[in-house]
Design a protein around this ligand. Sequence first.
Ligand code: COS
Length: 384
Amino acid sequence: MIRDRATLDLLIQNIGRFVRERLVPNESLVAETDAVPEPIIAEMKRLGLFGLSIPEAYGGLGLTMEEEAEVAFVLGGTSPAFRSLIGTNNGIGSQGIILDGTAEQKAHYLPRLARGEMVAAFALTEPGSGSDAASLSTTAVRHDDHYLLNGTKRYITNAPEAGIFTVMARTDPADKSARGISAFLVERGTPGLSLGKVDRKMGQRGAHTCDVIFEDCRVPAEQLIGGREGVGFRTAMKVLDKGRLHIAAVCVGVSERMLSDALGYALERRQFGQPIAEFQLVQAMLADSKTEIYAARSMVLDAARRRDEGLDVATEAACAKLFASEMCGRVADRAVQIHGGAGYVSDYAIERFYRDVRLFRIYEGTSQIQQLVIARNMIRQAKP
Ligand code: COS
């Protein structure tokens, strides 16, 4: 749902200009230094990028899913590390509070997240539990007015920057199923919370992940999301439904950028006396990429509109994430191929993008988990 086309177009124009003039020229610097420069973060805050999907009542822009998807297409036009910094505040870091938080939790955290004063992270994955998220073993044991958390969370995006963590932990040790899991808001600086060393990743330098370790971490009982035990896994799954759609939209944007770079190179690079864009085998790669991007874009927008209508889009979000992230990998591969030897050296952005986009097929649910979600939902619906 687009609430007001003219307002959205203005926002998209502003963000598009910011991407072209400020982010694209700084891509190499971010990759070299493994950090987004402070002045750029300040500009992101001023543009409202940390609060795109946080409701207006809490100081965010309150974008609908369709509007957010259109913005993500534009943000995808540059290194995914920039998007990653604002991604958790708009997505998996804040959505648990937005969807299931108490009025007090919303009022306390959302305005700060919207302003970018605080970064939020989502702590579900553990050393022993990734795709099988419901098997997590971090515990949260109630003692009077607080819980004691123990366990380790792994590969947590933005953990080094985060001021608040949405943490899924088992409150009922006797219940090994998803129903024994609850979600907590744990602030950085809480005694017993520590961070591991920053992971050295294949790509997306400038975006950081690390372990988050809880050792008798004392969390006040009012930090239980929604004040209810046993519903934390459902909260996490609902958060991921939205997150998967967002990632699918980002995949479309990044694919458009890679294709644009590949087309630019194909028009410039001459072999056998003419630009390589004139060769039909190169044209096939360009055309297949264009077609697949268009398909993914259409899927994302359709799923986003359905979500805005209040429909359950668990299946459609998984379809969009699966198709868009796999498509993005194919486009990256073709774009490197079109660049030839130049695509394998770091003078061209495509070498970096090729590594950066590999993550899209893995995080917020691997492609295989998306397949599993889609097929399971089909089977469930087909049963009488
Ligand atoms: N929305 C709301 N509730 C949901 C849901 C959704 N999309 N998906 C599942 N649930 C609920 C189920 O209804 C069930 O609730 P009840 O116990 O009340 O019936 C509960 O959650 C457990 O669901 P299910 O039985 O399907 O859980 P499984 O352990 O079998 O598997 C998968 C769930 C595999 C889909 C889940 O573990 C998953 O998504 N794994 C990937 C995790 C991931 O994406 N990690 C990335 C890290 S974050 S970057």
